[in-house]
Design a protein around this ligand. Structure first.
Ligand SMILES: [Cu+2]
Length: 349
């Protein structure tokens, strides 16, 4: 009995590590960083069609503090990971096969829930050459590439990445959805298009769509596989050729160098007494707690580095208090990238 339980636990662990999520994305080749501009879910677990998490994953109805500027026509590369903190680099699990897609929706700055109408698809990949999109992702370092339509109007948008695993899709409700959402500010190059044909999420497809209720085990990657959802929006020729507008995006100040996903440490105030020095130290730990609360499945390594900084801050106060000379400011933050950032900036292959 004991052995059985151990085996079951091992099997459960193996199953959970087979899932995946979006850990970061690139804009024209520039890595935005782990969790940055993403509504970071708490885990890599899949979501299902009948839940509100189908929109932007678990916690995806909460705005994050960062928005990434993206030019119309930009090439976007999405990094999927089974280990979202970047601790291991392995191809996504081969048992998870299916199509993928990218949707967009105009949003307000800071908008929470993105459920409802206004979504349009900009790219998808189902089956060709006898392979699903999932195979092409695996062969491409777990990355998926697409282009933002060149003619879209300026403004805030959500980008929704979708990968569907069909290994249990022979049963209604069995298709596993892997969803990530990014917040972007689209800089127009002269186009002003607002796609008219949009869908609602949830509601964009049904549990009985032939691409969702699908027996992968008897049909594998059938050439007539139907990708769920609408057809992708195709850019008009009215996109213009001017340089993208340089509209400022309201993002937190990250100049202290301490950051983790969408969180940045504000600088600590200067001090002129032992008590104001320790007040700065308390503020440091309060900020470290904010960092931990904001961290999702891409990890909290940047928070750990900031916590080490808070320990140094305490030493500054201890020393100036002993010398009875507390007047000044705390040493500046790190200028180096933290190790989590370095891990994610290393090219994944
Ligand atoms: Cu899975």
């Amino acid at each position: 009995m004991k052995l059985t339980n151990t085996l079951l636990a091992l099997m459960a662990a193996a199953a959970s590590t087979a899932h995946h999520m979006v850990s970061n994305f690139y804009v024209d080749g520039a890595n935005q960083g782990p969790g940055v501009c993403l509504r970071n879910p708490p885990s890599t677990d899949p979501v299902f069609l009948n839940s509100n998490a189908i929109v932007c994953n678990v916690n995806g109805d909460r705005a994050v503090s960062m928005t990434c500027p993206v030019n119309a026509g930009a090439r976007i590369t999405v990094q999927w990971r089974t280990w979202p903190d970047g601790s291991r680099d392995k191809p996504l699990d081969g048992s998870h096969q299916g199509p993928c897609a990218v949707y967009m929706k105009r949003m307000e700055h800071g908008q929470g829930s993105l459920a409802g109408g206004g979504w349009f698809k900009i790219w998808h990949d189902g089956v060709y050459n006898g392979k699903f999109c999932s195979d092409r992702i695996r062969e491409n370092g777990n990355k998926m590439d697409f282009t933002i339509p060149r003619d879209l109007a300026e403004g805030y948008y959500a980008l929704r990445f979708e990968s569907i695993a069909l290994h249990q899709a022979q049963n209604e409700g069995g298709a596993q959805f892997y969803i990530g959402c990014a917040q972007i500010y689209l800089r127009s190059i002269g186009g002003n298009q607002v796609p008219r044909e949009t869908v609602s999420i949830p509601g964009y497809t049904t549990a009985r769509h032939p691409g969702i209720l699908y027996n992968y085990w008897t049909r594998f990657a059938a050439p007539n596989y139907q990708i769920p959802g609408p057809s992708p929006y195709i850019s008009t020729n009215n996109f213009g050729t001017r340089n993208p507008t340089n509209t400022p995006v309201r993002n937190p100040d990250c100049s202290t160098g301490f950051r983790n996903a969408n969180w940045c440490a504000p600088a600590l105030p200067s001090f002129n007494s032992e008590s104001s020095c320790y007040a700065g130290h308390s503020k440091c730990w309060a900020q470290a707690n904010d960092c931990r609360r904001a961290a999702g499945a891409t990890g909290s390594q940047g928070c750990q580095e900031y916590e080490r900084y808070c320990m140094q801050v305490k030493k500054v106060c201890d020393a100036c208090g002993a010398a009875r000379n507390c007047n000044g400011s705390f040493p500046k933050g790190l200028t180096k990238r933290n190790s989590l950032e370095r891990r994610h900036h290393r090219d994944f292959s």
